[in-house]
Design a protein around this ligand. Structure first.
Ligand SMILES: Cc1ncc(COP(=O)(O)O)c(C=O)c1O
Length: 495
């Protein structure tokens, strides 16, 4: 498949990384971008340039510190622009990803809107967009619509019922923009309109959206605006960058910051302190991760130049190819509806090979086919449980009781997930499909080679199993090589 993404599609660190499978090293097929993406070289270049001017933005006296401050402002503007957030929004950066942002929001919104004790959370959330809300509010669950046989996106009628029943009591609706299990996309602006009608805000987990589809937080009709949106920089081609939270500035007014420290105060005495009135300043205690933030903004700016519509169209073509080819693998069960027109998805597909444990399949894909996929419950246990139970019910087990089905689901709890990035190619997908077909054909062979338990699959005989796990990165060896290069550069003898 030719791509219309220009040079960006091959602009990543690690695309040529090879591991040994069988006798020789072969290029890895990285299909785990929903967990974390590879580093975009352009973004890395920008951060290396920035590091020549690195300084602490809490100072204004010297040029490097001023460069750092300006770089942070630039990053905030880029991120807001990329997400279609106008000047009513503030961009904040924190922690290592979405989790830090969700915790911050849950803490702040519970305190700034104390008369609204309830939060509605969908049944397809990552734990990061569920547990923080449970800690600070009372969570009610929004069920999923049934799309054909499989559970689909959020059930809008059930959401409306809940909002109407608890009108005025709901602080916000927390929903993922796209699922990290099935890739299913939720109608976030329709959800926002419903929520706003009942005095609730909408908080969107954008971790699986931001690098995969266009996002416009501010809509022509403000009733459809998203109030708060968060995402992980490491899932948007900028490993090492913080989480990004873009939020309506008025929601920060009067918020107590979660963290206290330097950089956020006007004055401190031994017995009191006065916080900076600016929400953007007040929410960022301590020295920010400027390098990571600049890397993240550069990655998003580069994506923006290619255009998220083009990136989405490319991913949809790959997705259609993958779904069509996976449908031909005997015994493969894909979770969630697969009609892309009726149930839109991002490039993320979870599945099981019937009767085979997910850990065994994922490990064999790695060891023999150099295909990197994730397996397990993807930090979305309730959703995975729903999907597995639904799919078990579709098998010939109508005669089993609900309890027996639950036990069966528990034993098989987990899936294999393949997820795409800008650099994913049809060759990667074909390697996955061919690997799955071969593993399914040789089930007895793989069962003989691995011990499988709740912790994963391990080769019975490590020597005989060989495989792609054999050639791992060694930080110590990389350090020694780097030190050796430094010594050589200054003519020092090697130890
Ligand atoms: C939908 C979704 N939300 C939240 C998270 C948590 O992100 P992080 O681990 O970067 O904090 C993830 C990570 O997989 C995710 O996929």
């Amino acid at each position: 498949m030719t791509t219309d993404l220009g040079p960006l599609a091959s602009d990543f660190v690690g695309l040529e990384t090879s591991y040994r499978t069988g006798r020789r090293p072969r290029r890895r097929h990285y299909l785990d971008s929903a967990a974390t993406t590879l580093m975009m070289r352009t973004a890395q270049d920008v951060s290396l340039e920035f590091l020549k001017h690195h300084g602490n933005p809490h100072t204004t006296a010297h040029s490097s510190a001023r460069s750092a401050t300006a770089a942070l402002h630039w990053a905030r503007d880029v991120v807001r622009g990329f997400l279609g957030a106008d000047d009513r929004y503030t961009a904040l950066f924190m922690g290592a990803g979405s989790t830090a942002c969700a915790n911050r929001l849950a803490f702040s919104l519970a305190r700034s809107r104390p008369g609204k004790p309830l939060v509605l959370v969908s049944s397809m959330e990552h734990h990061s967009n569920d547990l923080p809300h449970r800690r600070h509010s009372t969570v009610l669950r929004v069920p999923l619509a049934t799309a054909g046989q499989a559970p689909g996106a959020v059930a809008m009628d059930r959401l409306e019922e809940l909002l109407a029943r608890h009108s005025g009591q709901v602080n916000y609706v927390a929903v993922t923009g796209a699922s990290n299990v099935t890739g299913l996309v939720n109608p976030i602006h329709d959800i926002a309109e419903l929520a706003h009608r009942h005095g609730a805000l909408v908080v969107v987990d954008g971790a699986q959206m931001v690098a995969h589809m266009p996002v416009r937080l501010a809509q022509p009709d403000p009733r459809r605006d998203i109030d708060a949106f968060f995402f992980s920089g490491h899932k948007a081609y900028a490993p090492g960058s913080p989480g990004g939270l873009v939020v309506k500035t008025q929601l920060l007014a009067g918020c107590t910051p979660l963290e206290l420290g330097g950089g956020i105060v006007r004055d401190v005495t031994e017995s009191s302190y006065a916080l900076d009135p600016d929400g953007e300043v007040r929410e960022q205690a301590g020295t920010p991760n400027v390098t990571g933030t600049v890397t993240l903004a550069a990655a998003l700016a580069a994506l923006g130049q290619v255009g998220m519509e083009a990136i989405q169209a490319h991913e949809q073509r790959l997705l259609a190819h993958a779904l069509e080819r996976l449908a031909g693998v005997p015994g493969l069960e894909i979770y969630g509806p697969t009609d892309l027109a009726a149930a839109p998805r991002v490039g993320c597909i979870s599945f099981n090979l019937r009767h085979m444990e997910h850990a065994l399949v994922a490990t064999a894909l790695n060891d023999d086919f150099n295909v990197s996929v994730r397996d397990g419950c993807f930090c979305a246990h309730p959703y995975v449980r729903v999907l597995l139970k639904e799919s078990l019910q579709e098998l010939e087990i109508e005669s089993l009781s609900a309890l027996e089905i639950e036990h069966l689901a528990e034993r098989r709890r987990g899936m294999v997930r393949a997820s795409f990035g800008l650099y994913t190619t049809e060759t990667d997908i074909d390697a996955l499909v061919d690997g799955l077909a071969a593993i399914g054909r040789q089930e007895a062979h793989y069962r003989g080679r691995y011990d499988v338990d709740a912790h994963g699959a391990r080769p019975r005989n490590a020597g005989a199993a060989g495989g792609a796990g054999a050639a791992l990165f060694s930080p110590q060896a990389a350090l020694e090589a780097a030190l050796g290069r430094r010594r050589a550069a200054v003519g020092e003898p090697q130890p």
